[in-house]
Design a protein around this ligand. Structure first.
Ligand SMILES: [Zn+2]
Length: 366
C-alpha cells in the first residue's frame, strides 16, 4: 500500500514538473528579437508578496522567471522618484529630475528605446490602463521638462510613430486635446482609431489606437474594468505580431492608484490583472524563442508592510498588511526576466541598467 502511495506521489510530482517545463521552457541563450517590458507602477516587494499569498508559490508566474534582480529607483534630484523620472531612466537610460520626461536634468532631449526600435524597423506598442499621456507611457515618446505639459505630450504622442496604442480616456487625454481634433490628427498619421476593441483583429492598418470612452484612466478593476481586458488585448497584440521584431511596453498603471488610495484589495486586484498579463507574455515567449520578457516596477508606492496580524496567521486578509504613506517611497523594486537574454539581468541593478542591457542584447548603439 505504501508503495502504491509512493508511486502515485512520484507520478503526481513528475507530471507537475513536466507541465511547468513544457509551458515555461528555457530559451535564455537565443538572440533577442522581441522585447516585452511590463512595468507595475508602484509595485514594491511586499505588493508582490501580497499577491503571492493569494496565488501560491507554484502558480505565481513571476516565480517562473529565469533571472531575478533588485532595482534601485532614485532620480537625479531625489531619493524618492516620481513616475516621470523613473520611466525616463528605464526608457532612455539616464537619470533625470522628478517631473521630467525624456530629457536630462539640463533639459537635453533623450532618445527612448521605443524610438530606437522604430528606427530599426521593429514594430512598437504601448498598452496601459492610465491615459496614454500619463508619465510612464509618455517617457517612451515624449521630451519635456514637465509631465503636466499635456498639450505638448499629446502632440508628441500623435507624431511618435508607435504602431499600437491602447489606453484610457479619449475624452480630453489629460486636457491635452479635444477628442475630435485628436481623432483627426491620428487619422492624418495613418492610425485607425477604433472605439470597440472587438474591431481590433479586423484592422488592416499597421497603426491602431484604442482609448476608452471615459474621461481619464480606465476604471480600476474594483470599479468595473474587466479582469479579462488587458490580458486579452495583450494576447491579441502578440498574436498579431507573432514572429515579427517588436518592442511592447505594458503598464499595470493602477497598482499605483490603489496604493495611493491605501486600498489593499484594490492593490491585489490590480497586481492580479498585471500578473495574468505577464502570464500571457511568458507563454508567448515560450512558444517564440527570441522573446525577452522583463517585469519590473518604477518605484514602490504606499510603504506597504506586514501588520502584527500577518505574523499570527501568514494569510492574506485586509488586516494582514498596512500602508505607511499615501506617497511613493525609496524602496528598491523587484525585476523578473524570462526568455531570450534573461540571464543578463540579476543582482543589484540601477533602473538605468534596464535600458543599457536591452540595447546591448538587441545590438543597437546608444
Ligand atoms: Zn509610478
Amino acid at each position: 500500500m505504501k508503495w502504491i502511495l509512493l508511486l502515485f506521489l512520484i507520478s503526481l510530482f513528475s507530471s507537475c514538473s513536466k507541465d511547468t517545463k513544457e509551458i515555461y521552457i528555457d530559451n535564455t541563450q537565443t538572440k533577442v528579437e522581441r522585447v516585452i517590458l511590463l512595468i507595475g507602477d508602484g509595485m514594491g516587494p511586499i505588493h508582490i508578496n501580497a499577491l503571492k499569498l493569494e496565488r501560491g508559490n507554484d502558480n505565481f508566474i513571476f516565480f517562473h522567471a529565469n533571472s531575478v534582480a533588485t532595482v534601485k529607483t532614485r532620480s537625479a534630484n531625489s531619493d524618492v522618484t516620481d513616475s516621470a523620472a523613473a520611466a525616463t531612466a528605464i526608457a532612455c537610460g539616464k537619470k533625470t529630475n522628478n517631473g521630467y520626461l525624456g530629457v536630462d536634468p539640463d533639459g537635453n532631449e533623450l532618445k527612448s528605446i521605443m524610438r530606437y526600435a522604430t528606427e530599426n524597423g521593429w514594430k512598437t506598442g504601448l498598452i496601459v490602463t492610465s491615459e496614454m499621456t500619463n508619465a510612464t507611457p509618455a517617457a517612451f515618446y515624449s521630451n519635456t521638462e514637465s509631465r503636466y505639459n499635456d498639450n505638448k505630450i499629446v502632440n508628441q504622442l500623435i507624431d511618435s510613430e508607435i504602431d499600437i496604442l491602447i489606453g484610457g480616456g479619449i475624452s480630453n487625454i489629460k486636457q491635452g486635446m479635444m477628442t475630435e481634433t485628436l481623432r483627426h490628427r491620428l487619422e492624418e498619421n495613418n492610425y485607425s482609431l477604433i472605439s470597440d476593441i472587438a474591431d481590433f483583429d479586423s484592422q488592416n492598418h499597421e497603426r491602431i489606437a484604442f482609448f476608452t470612452q471615459e474621461y481619464g484612466m480606465m476604471p480600476t478593476i474594483l470599479n468595473g474594468r474587466s479582469r479579462a481586458f488587458i490580458p486579452h488585448i495583450t494576447e491579441k497584440v502578440l498574436n498579431r505580431w507573432d514572429t515579427d521584431n517588436f518592442f511592447l511596453m505594458i503598464e499595470g498603471s493602477q497598482i499605483d492608484t490603489e496604493s495611493h488610495n491605501n486600498n489593499l484589495s484594490g492593490v491585489v486586484a490590480e497586481i492580479s490583472d498585471f500578473e495574468n498579463t505577464a502570464r500571457k507574455c511568458f507563454e508567448f515567449a515560450s512558444r517564440n524563442p527570441g522573446t525577452l520578457v522583463v517585469v519590473t516596477s518604477d518605484h514602490e508606492t504606499g510603504g506597504l508592510t506586514y501588520s502584527e496580524q500577518f505574523l499570527i496567521n501568514y494569510r492574506l486578509t485586509e488586516s494582514s498588511f498596512k500602508f505607511l504613506t499615501t506617497s511613493h517611497t525609496s524602496s528598491p523594486v523587484p525585476l523578473y526576466a524570462f526568455g531570450a537574454g534573461a540571464d543578463n539581468f540579476g543582482g543589484i541593478m540601477d533602473n538605468t541598467d534596464i535600458f543599457r542591457i536591452i540595447m546591448r542584447l538587441v545590438e543597437w548603439n546608444d
